[in-house]
Design a protein around this ligand. Sequence first.
Ligand code: IFM
Length: 441
Amino acid sequence: MATESSTDPLPRFPDGFLWGVSTSAHQIEGAAGLRERSVWDVFADLPGRIKDGSTAAVACDHYHRYREDVALLAGLGVDAYRFSVSWPRVNSPGGLDFYDRLVDELCAAGVRPVPTLFHWDLPAGLDWLERDTASRFAEYVSVVVRRLGDRVGTWLTLNEPAEHTLLGHALGTHAPGGKLLFDALPVAHHQLLAHGLAVRALRAAGAGDVGIANSHGPTWPASDRAADREAAEFYDVLLNRLFADPLLLGRYPEGVGELMPGSAERIEADLKVIAEPLDRYGVNYYAPTRVGAPQGAESEGGGVRLPAGLPFSVHPIEGRPVTDFGWPVVPEGLTELLTGLGERYGDRLPPVVITENGCSYEGLDDQDRIAYLDGHVRALHRALEAGVDVRGYFVWSLLDNFEWAEGYARRFGLVHVDFATRTRTPKASYRWFRDLVRAQR
Ligand code: IFM
């Protein structure tokens, strides 16, 4: 369903504001035969796990077509490109050479490389339920920064540990497919510990600009009833605070720390590592969630589906256009989210960068996407006006790609990819974003 984009000129952002686009390795690279297997390869081979039965074995074939993709970035005129480094590829002979070539190509095109070091494609055989995975991650990060650190100034450690924990380990709809519900909490702790150890490894190698990309969204109670408000608050803890409080305040939200693996002393010591100071805080925003008391049955709303047996349920956000994914389009949720983060964390909140924002729609003349992005850029500016220190905005995504359990059925790209021929065709939204970036110079 279409939303209207405003005809008013877009507001001006501060000089030096970073405009960019994001992708991730597993979703675009392909060339699966040239790397180790990841948990996503294993998961995709299980019948019925990926809706269209596809895999990411070829995806956008970015591994072979990265020059064409960097040319698309240059044509877009963006300042920066957020991509991810595949740990299974780095583990394979010659794997790091690919990122070497990519970073060189980006630098030559005048586009700042912003790598994320973990975007869900854990090497098969490793498991975030194991504490040791955190140390293994830090070792891998040291290898990557030693190789790319002379050209890469900005690093992001993890992408959306909240979704990886919830979908991959608690509900089982993403790899590795764990259905552990609250027993998945160690996965959260070990990823946070991995983040902290990675920050130390990056600093030891001289990296000066380090952050994380956390997913956040306002949690709206389904009604004013106390039971709905309490359920929404708990959901907010799991989605928003579980991964931000330890990083920014050095503690877990009340009621959660006790559920983490190990003695209280060990968790306390880990929190010191987890709370290593950051230079920037990446926020991935898509939509708010409407949450109510448990219903004793499955619940579905806003593109989220939850099983029975959880202490909350999800509900549709009425009266809003929805994307092809069924996610409600709520630009003001971004302003609310950012001002809320500012209030909650005050001067503990590093400068914010929107590391992902975007939507899935079909078609080359994607006016719906333009309307979505236009609304969110304006909402972001309102957060700036309200005093939140926001330094950048990255669209998800440069290319249509492998959208995890949805396969190739959801198209988030500014550039259309024909998955039979891998031909790239810029959409109307590509030209719209290019013009926006130009107008901001
Ligand atoms: O495609 C994903 C991305 O990998 C992580 N953030 C949300 C996007 C859209 O679902």
